[in-house]
Design a protein. Sequence first.
Length: 186
Amino acid sequence: MSPVRSTLIVLIAAFAAACATPTMYAPLSDASQGGYAESRIEANRWRVTFAGNTLTSRDIVETYLLNRAAELTLANGFDHFVITGRSTDEKTNRIGSAWPRASGPRAGYWYFHPRLGWIPAHDPFADLWDEPYLVRETSRYTASAEVAMFKGPKPADRADAFDARDVLANLAARVTPAPAAPPSGP
């Protein structure tokens, strides 16, 4: 790989890493790339979803889902909840380099011709020291669950039952809330 190309890749990666952050714990909106959403199915049953971006791990997505289920349980006057159905979907994308091999030999460099403009020139030795593709995989996780909510202490014999207050207390250190929006107006 040429030194210029290596340097460019490192700079682009550093810039992207500085700008990108994992999904924060916040409602899903049209402007955001992730967050939670819920819909009521019955008086005590909800479908809860949390979608993460490509920098949010599966573990965090599932943690945020449980946190949201606990918040909804308490907000609706219940004490514990049971997960009746749960799934986590993964969507993986592969992003390749800008030098597609399928279109034939790639240019080793470009030069400027006064009448023709920029013209690609084939470097016959490029195949010996340059990689044909740089491929990166990115994954997004979306967790969803159907949650049934109940009053009173959680049943000791149900492994799928969660005490909402305990869940919030135990997950508080792992949940990163989105920063509060600045007040609008003059």
